[in-house]
Ligand binder design. Sequence first.
Ligand code: 0O2
Length: 213
Amino acid sequence: MGQWNRFLTPYKQAVDELKIKFKGMRSQFENDNTNSPIEFVTGRVKPLASIYDKTLEKGIPFEPSEKLAHQLQDIAGIRMMCQFVGDIETVVGLLRQRKDLRIIEEKDYISNEKQSGYRSYHVIVEYPVQTITGEQLILAEIQIRTLAMNFWASIEHSLNYKYKGVFPEEIKNRLQRAAEAAFQLDEEMSQIRDEIQEAQAYFTEFKDSPGTH
Ligand code: 0O2
């Protein structure tokens, strides 16, 4: 257990640091009175049980090693949620211009939706963590998705866990319909984006100085 703890500690540090940095990006948009393309940010270190499952799937030894660090790109995981599909490209652009991380790979499951109905944009990055023994490069997976994509993915993830990936036909069909509904919701919201953002800017202003309206 001590060995796993030592192995996972820099991942926890990477997740903590990236969460703070990305939340900081949101605050900067707020300070500028600009609608933030980032709605909220979450992060986690992959639980040992999930690491174990993934090693079985990939046929690699379940031990804290270089090989594992190389093969599992999402031990450090960050999620950035956006209101609108168009915000996702903006967030990816913001990531591409950062100097504190290096993009290794991008996976566009929005243009190329997964068979399950899953939609999201994944960016695999290499992030340097400073440790007492020097710098360590950590791989992290940043998932960027709308609130609707996130809603669908978290429900499907729970059901996947319950049914261990083998869904009854009816659930499978309903999930597919729900994915289509989430897609439609994103489309509709994008159509009235300007209207929504104007209203949100008004509320933010009103919250800051309620007496002046
Ligand atoms: P958890 O519990 O979120 O950590 P590869 O290594 O490239 O062969 P891999 O590892 O499947 O393929 O990478 P992929 O598909 O790019 O991204 C994996 C992660 O994306 C998953 O992590 C999920 O978080 C999410 N994801 C991918 N497909 C689906 C899906 O159909 N439904 C849901 N709900 N999420 C999905 P984990 O480790 O599976 O899960």
